[in-house]
Design a protein around this ligand. Structure first.
Ligand SMILES: Cc1cc2nc3c(=O)[nH]c(=O)nc-3n(C[C@H](O)[C@H](O)[C@H](O)COP(=O)(O)OP(=O)(O)OC[C@H]3O[C@@H](n4cnc5c(N)ncnc54)[C@H](O)[C@@H]3O)c2cc1C
Length: 434
């Protein structure tokens, strides 16, 4: 069947396989001879990392297996989503330690992309709160991986985009909370320099994120709204509700143009009047503002869109992002969602994305000339010592990847040692020369 991920680009013909248990998975792996299979969770990666000729879904590995109520350690199937975890455990006073901007991701997908949230500067990536996992190797053997057992396989799998095997079961440390509400402070920054200064001044705040008007120019280049948040210490423990709004079909893509995007960005910035304000909000709108509108990706039309997310080292943050934002604003190709976050130290995983500094994510509608612009941006990112996020990527070149992920050779060595290169490949891994 034809399959796409969140960006609806690219499209691929894939054979889907949903093993009902570990045995049916391992039997299928043993029988397989071609290097053309990849695991897939909820398909919230944007490009082709979860696309291959054969796609192994985790949608039957959705059970909670054990929960240590004293320590908050959850053991569950790799197809369990963060939405499932929050719905069950928030009322009991537990949250996930790291969450991306959607809760509709599986724990297997969160490990494979080594996802980050608004607290990376203090708490690192998702994998840093994973105690261990069981995974099916190309040989059909199921091994337990952790920092102590098969450590190289652990570091290759966290952030390894499904290229080492299929994760089937995960042990996860949850975070104790005493309220499902967040104390949020919103601060307006007049330009990028002010935004980066505010990130540094609020470094001790657990959660931070900025929305940037990427079409603002001149003295206002990089003007932003920054949101800082802490879990409230004494409130109700209520899980969020499912959003009821949905985009029913692919919208005509001409509705998104430089005028509509500019108008939206200006209104969004202007709607906050005070330079600083306080809000008391449920975790749902704080962490998942877009989850309330199902299939919002259809807004970009049937040709789809791509998210360009890069990280840049701290010392080059201002210069690098100024150059990139200037190039984007000159191109008049705006993005509704330009999201800026601060990154803390990198971890030990070979292909994990974050490096200490800043990350910016921008959505672009697929249209002629876009990839030429993105290739220019790639060169700026590389020149400033940065890299692109694999889970958002649909078009990076092999050369850009290998130059910016120097540990790819270690990754490749471990992958070959476990025979994973003989079986697991996505369309992305082939494009990137892995
Ligand atoms: C609205 C939105 C907001 C987002 N915000 C953020 C964010 O703030 N931070 C961030 O880091 N990411 C963010 N993401 C990206 C998302 O968190 C990742 O792409 C995540 O990996 C998606 O999980 P999934 O279950 O949908 O995986 P899929 O998209 O299905 O797969 C992603 C990768 O994981 C591999 N994989 C999946 N399951 C397994 C398994 N069982 N075993 C081995 N490999 C597996 C796949 O092969 C693929 O390479 C966002 C995505 C969306 C749509």
């Amino acid at each position: 069947m034809e399959l796409t991920s969140w960006g609806q680009y690219p499209r691929a013909n894939s054979e889907l396989f949903s093993p009902s248990n570990q045995l049916s998975l391992t039997n299928a792996l043993i029988e397989q001879t071609e290097a053309s299979s990849i695991a897939r969770g909820l398909g919230r990666s944007y490009g082709d990392s979860a696309l291959a000729n054969k796609v192994i879904r985790s949608n039957q590995f959705t059970h909670f297996i054990d929960f240590d109520v004293e320590k908050g350690i959850l053991t569950c199937g790799s197809g369990v989503s963060l939405a499932d975890i929050l719905a069950t455990f928030v009322p009991k006073g537990w949250f996930v330690q790291v969450t991306p901007g959607t809760k509709f991701v599986t724990v297997g997908g969160a490990i494979a992309s080594d996802v980050h949230g608004k607290n990376h500067h203090l708490d690192g990536c998702f994998s840093q709160h994973v105690l261990g996992f069981k995974m099916a190797l190309a040989s059909g053997e199921v091994v337990h991986c952790s920092r102590q057992s098969h450590p190289e396989l652990f570091f290759a799998t966290c952030g390894g985009m499904g290229l080492t095997g299929v994760i089937v079961e995960v042990e996860l440390q949850l975070l104790p909370i005493s309220s499902s509400y967040i104390n949020q402070t919103t601060i307006k920054a007049e330009n990028l320099e002010q935004a980066l200064t505010l990130f540094e001044q609020h470094y001790d705040t657990t959660y931070s994120v900025a929305w940037i008007d990427c079409l603002a120019t001149g003295d206002s280049l990089g003007r932003s709204l920054l949101m800082f948040g802490e879990h409230d210490s004494d409130g109700a423990l209520e899980a969020g509700s499912e959003g009821k709004l949905a985009v029913p079909f692919n919208m005509p893509s001409f509705l998104l143009n430089k005028y509509s995007i500019q108008a939206f960005n200006s209104l969004y910035y202007a709607r906050v009047r005070e330079s600083e304000s306080q809000q008391y909000i449920h975790y749902e709108p704080f962490f998942y503002p877009l989850d309330g509108i199902h299939n919002w990706n259809r807004m970009y039309g049937k040709n789809g869109f791509t998210q360009y997310q890069f990280a840049i080292p701290k010392e080059n943050g201002l210069a690098g992002m100024t150059e990139i934002l200037t190039r984007i604003s000159d191109s008049k190709r705006g993005s509704f969602l330009a999201v800026l976050k601060a990154f803390g130290q990198a971890n030990d995983n070979y292909l994990s994305f974050p490096i200490e500094g800043y990350t910016l994510a921008l959505d672009f509608k697929l249209e002629p000339g876009l990839f030429e612009l993105l290739e220019e941006l790639d060169q700026i990112v590389l020149a400033y010592g940065g890299r692109l996020y694999l889970t958002k990527d649909a078009r990076m070149s092999e050369q850009t990847f290998k130059q910016s992920y120097p540990l790819w050779t270690e990754f490749d060595r471990v992958r070959k040692e476990y025979g994973a290169d003989k079986l697991f490949n996505s369309h992305q891994s082939k494009r990137l020369g892995l």
